[in-house]
Design a protein around this ligand. Structure first.
Ligand SMILES: O=C(O)CCC(=O)C(=O)O
Ligand SMILES: [Fe+2]
Length: 395
């Protein structure tokens, strides 16, 4: 994000820090977003909120947000001189794809947004490398244009000292971690999240050992259409499109693929295939399959050297019949293949030399990763309940 862009100290209205997050932190949040996001609140925008993670049986995935969230809040309070006064009003991963943009606005520009006092936007990927378009502009003052780069954060007041806009995305997916802070503790998201967690968490000791697997929300939250009109005859399911976009196919062992219950199909066990080869293991549902695929792409470069020996799984060559089934599934879940490809096809996943052994390691590694986060969550929750605040508990 440019050179020294430390913002307008004169009126203390904005602060830009180029390397606030490590690349590893950016990649981990990217993994979470690509595994869990739903269709967002504006055209061509996707989002992953903390409450959504809790509601879809993935509460442990809020753990990677915590230290970043704590550091950001501290930074905002320090810069604006309001130590211990702010509440987090919203935390979410937001991605913008082709066609998304926003004109001049302030972040408190609606009566129901007046509680938003400060904004922090962390850029998780990089202009020119991961997406084209999507430059950020402040209308007044300096700096006026920000070129998003992974790890940078931009902090500013949500009022009219910081009228801003984002250029249209031309290609790729522009990803941010966006947070809003309020001086009004009535708008604290932590209290709501803690109460959600308490009602959604497996609390008995036997259950807390059980591996948390994602549970899809209602199918319309994953259905993307041009112009956002809900239409099953056009558009596509974003979870399927992301799996296809990474070079995999989806296979179901269901005897009959019927169109009437087609969205339920994604809530049932599914298998993954690639280049006419089927992987033995069944995944619990489409979100679980998607999570495995995204985990592989997150970890792939490092995994080659992994010493862990995976439990062996078989792979089989697909029969003609199975290939037919794969094609009908694709036809059901991706009506607009051209649009799905434009949005989610990642050529890097095709160039990469794929290997089923490495994939098997990724499946096991994901389980270890989830168990580790789960353990941390179970240990942290009592502290959060007592303090009524969500934070990284030193364990
Ligand atoms: O992503 C950005 O750079 C800013 C987005 C924004 O202005 C908003 O969501 O209000
Ligand atoms: Fe904004």
């Amino acid at each position: 994000m440019g050179d020294d862009t430390t913002g307008e100290k004169q009126n203390q209205a904005r602060l830009i820090i180029p390397d606030f997050l490590s690349l590893q932190e950016c990649k981990e949040l990217e993994f979470i977003h690509r595994s869990c996001s739903t269709v967002g609140y504006r055209p061509n925008v996707f989002s992953t909120t903390l409450s959504h993670l809790i509601a879809t049986n993935s509460p442990h995935l809020i753990i990677p947000f915590l230290s970043i969230r704590d550091r950001l809040k501290e930074k905002v309070e320090e810069f604006f001189g309001c130590e211990y006064e702010l509440s987090v009003e919203f935390t979410g991963l937001i991605s913008w794809t082709r066609g998304a943009s926003i004109g001049w606005h302030t972040d408190d520009n609606r009566p129901y947004l007046k509680q938003r006092h400060f904004t922090a936007v962390c850029y998780l990927n990089t202009y020119g490398q991961d997406f084209k378009g999507g430059l950020f502009h402040f209308r007044d003052g300096h700096p006026n244009t920000l070129v998003p780069a992974a790890g940078a954060v931009s902090i500013y007041t949500a009022d009219d000292r910081n009228v801003h806009s984002v250029d249209e995305i031309i290609e790729g997916e522009r990803l941010t971690l966006t947070m809003w802070f309020s001086r009004d503790s009535a708008h604290d998201e932590d209290a709501k999240l803690i109460s959600l967690l308490s009602s959604n968490m497996p609390c008995s000791s036997s259950k807390s050992e059980e591996l948390l697997l994602p549970r899809p929300a209602s199918s319309n939250m994953y259905w993307f259409c041009r112009g956002q009109e809900q239409n099953e005859e056009s558009g596509f399911n974003i979870c399927c499109a992301r799996i296809y976009g990474a070079g995999f196919d989806i296979y179901s062992t269901e005897e009959q693929l019927s169109c009437s219950d087609f969205s339920e199909l994604l809530e049932r066990p599914l298998q993954l295939a690639r280049s006419k080869v089927l992987f033995e293991q069944e995944f619990t549902n489409i979100l679980h399959a998607l999570q495995v695929v995204q985990f592989l792409w997150w970890k792939a470069p490092a995994q080659v050297n992994s010493l862990r020996v995976a439990k062996r799984r078989e792979v089989w060559l697909l029969s003609e019949l199975q290939q037919g089934k794969i094609a009908s599934l694709k036809f059901m879940f991706v009506k607009d293949n051209e649009l799905a490809n434009k949005m989610f096809r990642d050529d890097r996943c095709y160039l990469y030399e794929f290997d089923w052994t490495e994939f098997t390691v990724a499946v096991d590694e994901l389980e270890h990763y989830s168990r580790r986060l789960q353990k941390e969550l179970v240990m942290s929750l009592p502290h959060w309940r007592t303090q009524q605040i969500i934070y990284k508990v030193p364990l």
